[in-house]
Design a protein around this ligand. Structure first.
Ligand SMILES: [Ca+2]
Ligand SMILES: [Ca+2]
Ligand SMILES: [Ca+2]
Length: 214
C-alpha cells in the first residue's frame, strides 16, 4: 500500500513542479501563450532593446520560448542555456555571475560557449537545418517573438545531448545599447500530464494492488 501511494504522489508531485507542457506553433500569433506562467518580468527599461516578459514551455520534442518587447525593439535577442545549471562551467554572460552557459542562439543562429569562451566554434547538430538552429517567428523588430528549439540537438564537442539534464537555466539577453537581461530562469522539462482516463486507470490499478497486498 505504501508503494502504490508513493507512486501516485510522485506522479502528481512531478507534474506540479515541472514546466508547462504545451505545443506552440511558431507563427507570430501568440494565443497559445495566454495563461502560461511568466517566468521573468523585466519590461520598462529605456533606450534600446527591452527584454520584457519571458514564458517557456515544452512538449516531447521542442522547447518553446516567448519574449515580449515593450518598445518593439527586439533585435538582437540572445537565448543562452546553462545546461548543467552550474555557473562555474561555460560562459558567464556580462560577467554577471548569473549563469555559466554552454549553448546559445543569436536570434535563430546557434553557437556554443566554452568555459571563459563566448563562442568556442564547435557548434551543435540536429534540427533545424542540421545545425541546432532555432525556429523563430520573426527576425525583425516586433513586440513579441516565439522560438522552438529541438530537444534532440547535441554538442559537436562530445555528442552529448544539450538537454540531457531536464533541469537547466536560461538567460534571455541582448547586447544592443547598454544591454538587457532577463532573470536567470530555472526550467524543468514538463512531461505530459496523464489523461483523466489514465489517472482513473491508475487509481483502479493501485486499488487492485492494495487488495492483493492485504
Ligand atoms: Ca504561435
Ligand atoms: Ca528589460
Ligand atoms: Ca554551466
Amino acid at each position: 500500500m505504501k508503494k502504490s501511494l508513493s507512486l501516485i504522489a510522485a506522479l502528481f508531485g512531478s507534474s506540479a513542479q515541472a514546466g508547462t507542457f504545451l505545443t506552440a506553433t511558431i507563427d507570430g500569433s501568440f494565443s497559445e501563450w495566454v495563461g502560461v506562467p511568466v517566468l521573468s518580468s523585466d519590461g520598462g527599461d529605456s533606450g534600446s532593446v527591452d527584454i520584457g516578459n519571458v514564458q517557456i514551455a515544452n512538449d516531447d520534442n521542442f522547447l518553446y520560448i516567448s519574449v515580449t518587447y515593450p518598445n518593439t525593439l527586439s533585435t538582437p535577442t540572445f537565448i543562452s542555456i546553462d545546461s548543467d545549471s552550474n555557473t562555474a562551467t561555460g560562459f558567464d554572460i556580462f560577467s554577471a555571475g548569473l549563469v555559466g552557459v554552454e549553448a546559445s542562439w543569436q536570434n535563430d543562429f546557434p553557437f556554443t560557449n566554452g568555459t571563459g569562451v563566448f563562442n568556442n566554434g564547435l557548434g551543435m547538430s540536429g534540427d533545424f537545418f542540421g545545425s541546432g538552429a532555432a525556429l523563430i517567428s520573426s527576425p525583425g523588430n516586433v513586440a513579441q517573438k516565439e522560438w522552438a528549439i529541438s530537444l534532440d540537438i547535441t554538442f559537436n564537442e562530445d555528442s552529448s545531448n544539450v538537454f540531457d539534464d531536464p533541469n537547466f537555466d536560461i538567460l534571455i539577453w541582448t547586447d544592443a545599447g547598454g544591454g538587457d537581461v532577463s532573470d536567470p530562469i530555472s526550467y524543468t522539462l514538463a512531461t505530459a500530464i496523464p489523461e483523466p482516463s489514465s489517472i482513473a486507470l491508475l487509481g483502479l490499478a493501485s486499488l487492485g494492488l492494495m487488495r492483493r497486498q492485504r
